[in-house]
Ligand binder design. Structure first.
Ligand code: 2NE
Length: 275
């Protein structure tokens, strides 16, 4: 696949090719830990991918390996700039803006696949959890650290994790802060497959290409249906929004609009009340 740089950023790389967008966290010296700037850039790239009708799948990954040979997907929030009330950027304002990014990924009407090589730790682990699919390299290491470093994610980072691996396992992951291998992650349903690290991106592209052969509207509705109950009213809003989208594409809906524009009563009697 021949990637084209879609935009230049400081903390991430953003590429596109043949219906696929690739967002790469590019702070390998920090095991790809994120600062507010990193998250703002990822947010912008995800919005760009959402708005681009050519794009159906987004790959989220981490740059690497670093000079020491180690790989990382993401090691969570950058602890060196963590201060009272959050992570502090160049504007001096503390933020937890990764939560906005989590919601964007959840509600993106396209498939997001995490490609995890090396560490997916802390808030970086949560990022892969909320992606629709995860492909792990054989060197991937998964874990939460919150209670060890004075943090926690009680939102999707715990409730949705519990849906993936079950409540007992999710509590173990958070309470003990252990690290788990790719094979252990596969066994507990935390990832979809494990591949050799040098085949990670190629495997991600293969999965994306397979998805791109499918019906965009079917995938869109399925994603919101899978997420609706866990996402509460916002999930139902998204699912219902898809129903409205489909209705707008239907003659019955068009009759209402046309009648209004033509200043006549709508003729809905021509449409059946289906069983
Ligand atoms: C990821 C892990 C296990 C890797 O260990 P190792 O031994 O392979 O690498 P090392 O030496 O720890 O890290 C390499 C360099 O990356 C930096 C380190 O400080 C080190 O820098 P130098 O000493 O070479 O200058 N680095 C790694 N992770 C960093 C981080 N998160 N922030 C800043 N610098 C980091 C090991 O590095 C590790 O355990 N990292 C910390 C993981 C962690 O606790 N993350 C935060 C969890 S809280 C969170 O993400 C969060 C949340 O809970 C709620 C909302 C938002 C965020």
């Amino acid at each position: 696949i021949s990637w084209t740089a879609a935009k230049d950023y400081e903390d991430i790389l953003y590429h596109k090719a043949d219906g696929i967008a690739k967002i790469t966290i590019n702070r390998p010296h920090k095991r790809n830990a994120f600062r507010p700037q990193t998250v703002f850039e990822m947010y912008e790239a995800f919005v760009d991918a959402r708005e681009d009708p050519e794009i159906g799948v987004v790959l989220l990954t981490g740059a690497g390996p670093h000079h020491d040979g180690k790989y990382a997907f993401c090691a969570g929030g950058d602890q060196s700039i963590r201060d009272y009330a959050g992570y502090v950027g160049s504007d001096g304002i503390p933020r937890l803006n990764v939560l906005d990014l989590q919601r964007l990924i959840r509600s993106l009407p396209k498939v997001v696949i995490a490609l995890v090589a090396g560490y997916a730790i802390g808030g970086g682990h949560v990022l892969h959890v909320i992606c629709d699919l995860t492909i792990a390299a054989d060197n991937a290491i998964f874990g939460q650290t919150g209670p060890k470093v004075g943090s926690f994610d009680g939102g999707l980072g715990s409730s949705y994790l519990a849906r993936l691996v079950g409540p007992k396992k999710a509590k173990e992951i958070w309470f003990l802060c252990r690290q788990y291998s790719a094979q252990e992650a596969l066994n507990m349903g935390l990832v979809n497959t494990v591949v050799p690290v040098d085949q990670l991106e190629a495997e991600g592209v293969r999965w994306a290409q397979e998805i791109l052969q499918k019906s965009p509207l079917a995938i869109r509705c399925l994603k919101s249906a899978f997420n609706a109950d866990c996402d509460g009213q916002a999930g139902i809003q998204e699912l219902a929004g898809n129903a409205t989208l489909l209705y707008y594409m239907n003659e019955e809906s068009n009759e209402g609009k046309q009648a209004f524009l033509e200043k006549r009563p709508p003729n809905f009697r021509q449409f059946p009340w289906r069983p």
